[in-house]
Ligand binder design. Structure first.
Ligand code: HEC
Length: 124
């Protein structure tokens, strides 16, 4: 959550809000600490042994290469199908901000389908 806010602050200080004065965003060391915290406490890594599709389907391979570039490959069951739409959108923004290449729409769609297929069911 802190990292998300950092991102937002950076956006604001460089963008539209620039006129309103500089907003200090945490340094990259602080950000690294935040990310490490996230990985320890929030982000659940996938167990590849449970997902043969990571190797033997195109969607699984796209997910595996794209989503392990900045942190451990996430476990799909940690979000619902609807939540994954939002998370993927945020990750696209993370890639943009961190200067990483963004996969094609078609690839992102395949990754989303993979995540949604294995997502946790909606609570009713
Ligand atoms: C450019 C680096 C980068 C890439 C590539 C990336 N992420 Fe992330 N991810 C982050 C950062 C930074 C955070 C912590 C801040 C946040 O949550 O936005 C994060 C956090 C997460 C979290 C934990 C927070 C939550 O909402 O559950 C999940 C899950 C996640 N990423 C999934 C993905 C998926 C799926 C992909 C592939 C589509 C992906 N990430 C690719 C940078 C990246």
């Amino acid at each position: 959550m802190l990292e998300r806010m950092t991102t937002r602050m950076e956006h604001m200080s460089g963008g539209m809000m620039g006129m309103m004065g500089r907003i200090d965003a945490p340094s990259s060391t602080e950000r690294h600490t935040l990310l490490a915290y996230l990985q320890r406490h929030a982000q659940q890594a996938i167990d590849p042994a449970k997902y043969p599709e990571l190797q033997n389907t195109a969607a699984g391979r796209a997910f595996s290469t794209t989503c392990s570039r900045c942190h451990a490959l996430p476990e799909p069951r940690q979000h619902t199908a609807i939540e994954w739409i939002g998370v993927e959108g945020r990750m696209q923004r993370n890639m943009d901000i961190m200067g990483r290449s963004i996969p094609s729409e078609a690839t992102l769609q395949k990754i989303l389908e993979f995540l949604q297929k294995h997502a946790t069911p909606e609570a009713h």
